[in-house]
Design a protein around this ligand. Structure first.
Ligand code: IMP
Length: 204
């Protein structure tokens, strides 16, 4: 059981933190992000979403002494055999001027589109976002929940809302991309919200 009070969002990704904060708001949970606590960002060495989510949640729970909620998510493209999948964030990695790694989401979306283009103009453009939430308590107890939203990829990118690959993802049954939909509308159908629904059913 999660008591009302403090919880660490084990993420340094502002887009994810914003969405998870909004999902937690109705439950009287006061979230703090791993970034606010200056907790280190562990290297994501897992080979599955669940392994990476657990790795991040355990690191934050240990570092803070508070329950921690981590999200590992990604975009799986059917025609690319499910890639980038667990490596979704890695496809955005590039060296910046200072030689520090930085993330460029437009480059990453272009990489996906480039690989689809190589497969021809009638390529299957279906894709899904998946989200694995791991909730870990300081005593090591852990719970994992998975969510998914199906859709298709469009090009060029459209919209300024959301984050990551949102400008190229159109959820099934809609015409706007996740980056064109209002945050509350994305939240009503997203992979993150789907996983969160399962967490709520189990934990609260
Ligand atoms: P990770 O979970 O930190 O490995 O990163 C997953 C990456 O998937 C994020 O950095 C985003 O680029 C992408 N991603 C996950 N969820 C979303 C979403 O809701 N919209 C757009 N991109 C997402």
């Amino acid at each position: 059981m999660l008591q009302p009070g403090k919880l660490v969002i084990a993420s340094h990704n502002q887009g994810k933190v914003r969405e998870i904060r909004a999902l937690l708001e109705p439950f009287g949970i006061e979230p703090i992000s791993a970034g606010d606590l200056d907790l280190p960002e562990p290297e994501e060495t897992g080979r599955t979403f669940a392994e990476n989510a657990l790795l991040k949640a355990h690191a934050s729970a240990k570092g803070s002494g508070l329950p921690a909620l981590a999200d590992d998510s990604g975009l799986c493209v059917a025609a690319l055999g499910g890639r980038p999948g667990v490596y979704t964030a890695d496809w955005a990695e590039r060296a910046t001027f200072e030689g520090e790694p930085g993330r460029d989401w437009y480059m990453a979306m272009g990489k996906v589109e480039g690989k689809l283009a190589e497969l021809g103009s009638d390529v299957d453009r279906s894709a899904y976002f998946t989200c694995t939430l791991a909730l870990v308590w300081p005593d090591g107890h852990e719970e994992v929940f998975e969510g998914r939203v199906n859709g298709s990829l469009t090009w060029p990118p459209r919209g300024k809302l959301g984050f990551g690959y949102d400008p190229v993802f159109i959820p099934d049954g809609h015409e706007q991309t996740f980056a064109e939909l209002e945050p509350a509308d994305k939240q009503a159908m997203s992979h993150r919200a789907d996983a969160f629904k399962k967490l709520v059913a189990e934990i609260f």
